[in-house]
Design a protein around this ligand. Structure first.
Ligand code: ADP
Ligand code: MG
Length: 233
């Protein structure tokens, strides 16, 4: 059961004027298996960058990210595929292919993580888990925003990941839908899945009272167990 560890990880980008700017700087954090972590910070604080570093989508310019004792930037080939099975990822931008049905989208994701013929059954199970067993033949545009976000969660769940990385999964959703999603995440977490989610849904953060990690201008300024939105100590 993997432990995720960031050690002094930084990511920088060149701006238009060719200056170097840090998106995140010197992040150190350990997340044990089974934790539920809310990642808080205003727009531009570095939440998405931090999640991409954690999932190995981008590599840090300084520092490192480890799964147990493995530096994930060093993985390649079959080891990299195994890494993709550790994570279920929902990005801030939709990952669904618009011209493919929901089932086809999930099958693509299943095959990408090496599931082969098990993909169909896993996809059906994942859609059932998010409460949308009947949408397999729909196209993304035929679903509401809330349904699309739940399908994206199903896509992330297809390979039974140990760690879920969720980027603003609850943005622009009505309260009932947010509540359903939070409830599902709570259940998954109870069964041992690590959950790390960037969110602005302060009232749910306050109800859940889980670990709250806060970013300001790319730096980690708060890390509170059983915290509330806005807690930094
Ligand atoms: P958040 O998710 O908290 O809104 P981001 O991680 O998306 O923050 O962005 C953090 C900072 O890094 C912002 O200033 C953003 O403009 C910058 N940034 C993020 N990704 C890129 C990129 N691909 N190229 C240039 N700058 C980026
Ligand atoms: Mg973001």
């Amino acid at each position: 059961m993997p432990v995720l560890r960031m050690e002094n990880a930084s990511k920088r980008y060149k701006t238009d004027k060719k200056q170097v700017q840090y998106a995140v700087q010197d992040l150190s954090l350990t997340v044990e298996q089974g934790e539920f972590v809310f990642l808080i910070g205003s727009s531009g604080a570095g939440k998405s960058t931090m999640l991409k570093l954690m999932g190995g989508e981008i590599a840090p310019d300084e520092g490192a990210v480890y799964i147990d004792e493995t530096n994930i930037a060093r993985l390649f080939g079959p080891w990299k595929v195994r890494l993709t099975r550790t994570f279920g990822i929902v990005s801030q931008q939709s990952m669904l292919i618009r011209k493919r049905t929901i089932m086809e989208n999930l099958l693509v994701a299943g095959r990408a993580s090496g599931m082969g013929r098990k993909s169909q059954a896993a996809a059906e199970k994942a859609l059932g888990l998010v409460g949308l067993p009947g949408v397999g033949d729909c196209f993304p545009a035929q679903l509401s925003i809330g349904e699309v976000r739940r399908v994206e969660l199903a896509r992330a769940l297809i390979n039974s990941p140990s760690i879920l990385l969720l980027d603003e999964l609850t943005a622009n959703l009505d309260d009932d839908t947010i509540w359903d999603i939070i409830h599902l995440l709570y259940e998954l977490n109870n069964r041992g899945t690590t959950i790390i989610m960037a969110t602005h849904a302060s009232q749910y953060v306050n109800i859940m009272r889980r670990r709250v990690v806060t970013l300001v201008d790319g730096r980690l300024i708060g890390d509170v167990k059983n915290g509330k939105y806005g807690d930094i100590v």
